[in-house]
Unconditional design. Structure first.
Length: 411
């Protein structure tokens, strides 16, 4: 046993979160480091889904909108997610996808700054965030401009034209964590509003939206919240912004949807950010993941995530020296979210070779190997074992196969 595996074994024995692993269905032998892209399946989910389908839908049919509380699920689950985000009940709603919620939040922010025209972000933000900005610009007929700058030039680009700043708190590739309170303060000082993308934050690091005086936030349900593939996303709007007029003015955001009024009148609270009929089955699965996450102490989750990351970096040191890996995440653990990333010219082929050895991580263009650290179901021993298998891949040149030279459609 190496020193690192002994360290890992001791950490696992003393791990207060160790019991959570059994609450997920994970195949024996598999090391799953992609929970930041699609979270694992909670054991409670299949039974709950079967009940929602057979009893609530099959037997209850339309009466389940009230009887099974389908109609209030977006708000009920939003209130639960609010507890992970430092938000108050009534400030978070669950609906649609993250991309759609980016559109809702940006357009709401624009309507609150009618004299300003710029949506600002950073060039390396997650592509859909920037694409949504560009779509709004194209639709606006010249009223709105989408501007992206280098990641470290964001604060300097805040001028009197910026209506809203869109930033991701934990960068999807590098894992870099932005100082939400400081950036929000600087943006608001310049008269702008901020939309925070929390896709890699919720369930991964402690978040305090109201502590940071945040305006809007959005994020995914299928990553660290373990809500299942395509799970609905969430949207936070600070209570002071609930007067903003929704552009996606669908009937479910109406003050009284079942009056079937001829004219739109937004619901007074966060419900105005709903659009169409809630995705009930997706919400059902998401709630299982969120309920499980709420059982864990977020401070404990962060502590373990930091230690997993440090162990990973320590184990990788010889590979950086001998096999050409370079850390692509901040070296300082406090500045990393719940992932570590390395760059390597053969990154794509190596991720494929790791899959053959039952280690699932992902590749992000152009050369990044990304390892998601999910403290609820990852063991310290898994981290050490992952690096051992990666060393095998390098030593045996298992990555050097013709099949790994073509990139698959989904990485
Ligand atoms: C995963 C992710 C998304 C995904 O958006 P969808 O609409 O769910 O596809 C958006 N933004 C960031 C920062 C992400 O990491």
């Amino acid at each position: 046993m190496t020193d690192l595996s002994r360290t890992a074994a001791n950490l696992d024995l003393a791990d207060p979160l160790a019991g959570f692993r059994d609450r997920f269905r994970l195949r024996e032998g598999l090391i799953y480091l992609d929970g930041n892209s699609l979270g694992a399946l909670p054991r409670a989910t299949p039974g709950r889904m079967a009940d929602a389908v057979a009893r609530e839908w099959g037997e209850g049919l339309i009466t389940s909108w009230l009887g099974a509380e389908w109609s209030t699920a977006p708000r009920r689950i939003g209130d639960k997610i609010a507890r992970l985000l430092g938000a108050r009940p009534g400030e978070v709603i669950v609906a649609d996808s993250t991309s759609i919620n980016i559109f809702k939040a940006l357009t709401a922010a624009l309507s609150l700054r009618p004299e300003r025209s710029v949506i600002l972000s950073e060039k390396t933000n997650f592509p859909t965030d920037v694409y949504m900005m560009q779509g709004i610009e194209a639709f606006s007929g010249g009223r709105v401009r989408s501007v992206t700058v280098a990641p470290d030039a964001v604060l300097d680009a805040l001028d009197e034209n910026v209506a809203v700043l869109l930033l991701t708190q934990v960068h999807y590739k590098s894992g870099l964590v932005r100082d939400m309170a400081e950036v929000t303060r600087r943006a608001q000082q310049a008269g702008a509003l901020v939309v925070w993308d929390l896709s890699h934050s919720a369930g991964a690091i402690p978040v305090d939206l109201n502590g940071a005086n945040a305006d809007f936030a959005i994020g995914c349900g299928y990553k660290f919240l373990n809500g299942g593939p395509g799970a609905p996303a969430y949207l936070f709007a600070a209570a002071r912004h609930h007067g903003a007029m929704p552009v996606l003015s669908g009937w479910f955001g109406h003050a009284r949807p079942f009056d079937f009024d001829e004219d739109y009148a937004p619901a007074p609270g966060i419900e105005r950010f709903l659009c169409g009929t809630p995705q009930v089955l997706g919400l059902t699965a998401l709630e299982c993941g969120v309920d499980l996450m709420l059982e864990a102490d977020m401070a404990e989750v962060r502590r373990k995530s930091l230690r997993l990351g440090e162990l990973f970096v320590e184990a990788m040191a010889p590979l950086c020296r001998d096999h050409g890996f370079a850390l692509a995440s901040p070296a300082d653990a406090d500045r990393r979210g719940s992932q570590v990333a390395y760059s390597h010219p053969q990154g794509y082929a190596m991720i494929q070779a790791l899959k053959e050895l039952d280690v699932v991580a992902d590749f992000r263009a152009p050369d990044v190997l990304r390892f998601g650290l999910t403290p609820l179901y990852l063991r310290y021993a898994d981290v050490v074992e992952t690096v051992a298998r990666l060393e095998t891949v390098c030593r045996t040149r298992a990555w050097d196969k013709p099949a790994y030279r073509e990139r698959a459609a989904v990485t």
